[in-house]
Design a protein around this ligand. Sequence first.
Ligand code: GLU
Length: 457
Amino acid sequence: MTITVRFAPSPTGQIHIGNARTALFNWLFALKNDGRFILRFDDTDRERSRKEYADQIEEDLAWLGIRPDYVCRQSDRFDLYEQAVEKLKAAGVLYPCYETPEELERRRKIRLSRRLPPIYGREALKLTDEQRRAYEAEGRKPHWRFLLPNFDTDPFEPQRTEVHWNDLVRGPQTVDLASMSDPILVREDGTFLYTLPSVVDDIDLGITHIIRGDDHVTNTGAQIALFRALGAEPPAFGHHNLLTTSTGEGLSKRTGALSIRSLREQGIEPMAVASLAVLIGTSSAVEACPTMEALAERFDPASSSKSSAKFDPAELMVLSRALVQAMPFGEASDRLAALGIMGEKAETFWLAVRGNLDRVADATEWWTIVNDGPAAVGLSEEDRAFVRSAADLLPDEPWDEGTWRTWTSAVKAATGRKGRELFHPLRLALTGRDSGPELGLLLPLIGRERVLARLRA
Ligand code: GLU
């Protein structure tokens, strides 16, 4: 059987690094098991779901290196949910309820005051046909609840009914179906809540492993019961811990905070985001993995802790910088070309400057400096004279990485300057910067003619 996983975001906002964690746990699981990855948009909430968000999510995933084998939308699949509703009704496990939210709240308070668990008491199951007709005549429309299989013969006598699963992340789990209310599957207006479409799709799409955030643990018991009521064996489940900011706040799609898009716009490397999103809150040290394969090697869902994982966005920059500074030219070349950095010198240029960059895009500043010279050079009169005299000692071409040393040794011997006094004015004249890539590497890239012009300026 092909391992099949899915990432099922609702397209109601920008996905953030916490959502990326879920997507990546699934992607890496598929990668390691030669499995399939399905992107499913949970867009049954027509009010809040937007196509722009769905498109953005696909783009964000592609940027992270996630390429779904199949993409689908729940809004295209309503027929399947209707069929499932009919099946459940026919089996007598989906029943109409007419309570208003106020009535439910009143009952909940009464149960609490009697020290009873505040779960739904299945009062609607007791309604006679006549009472139902009376409600409908009043204009009330029913919502529909799934009758949990937590009783022997009498639904009003629920009994402890344990559902077990061996969670890929959390290990053996048990929930008691008698401790929860029959979930509402269909609202008064005929729209579906998340539970039924999700289970129907997981069956229809052949999902073998559901990996998602641990905010869904309590849903799992009822969902397992629903899989069975629909005649399917439930898949395996894994619930990973959630990410929070350093101050312990949860992340939200709606605020756009730490959205994948904003990280991308800040020039953070995708594998820095992926490495942090996957490795934080696990027993593995957070390190920048340069490829998805390298990250897959480190990925072990069972090593995630059970409590939420705090992360510091500043760490993203540290990881990103490490990736940029070690990035082979082959990997950077397309992006450099898009920045206008190409030609025969592009590779030596990249190898010369990468160690000084925070972001790949920052290479353009150095490309401009190498090719067009510094915008402004603040040299004292005395240093300017020194630099001019140094120009006369420039070796002839061809130049290589040793030219800088040959040249500066000659300048040192001729002028008596050494250390910072010797090097700093030359660096300033050539680059306009106090610091930067090794001049031994930059000098041949700038070339004799341009170096002379800068020294004699
Ligand atoms: N749309 C649900 C969510 O974003 C999916 C949960 C699941 O993976 O089952 O929370």
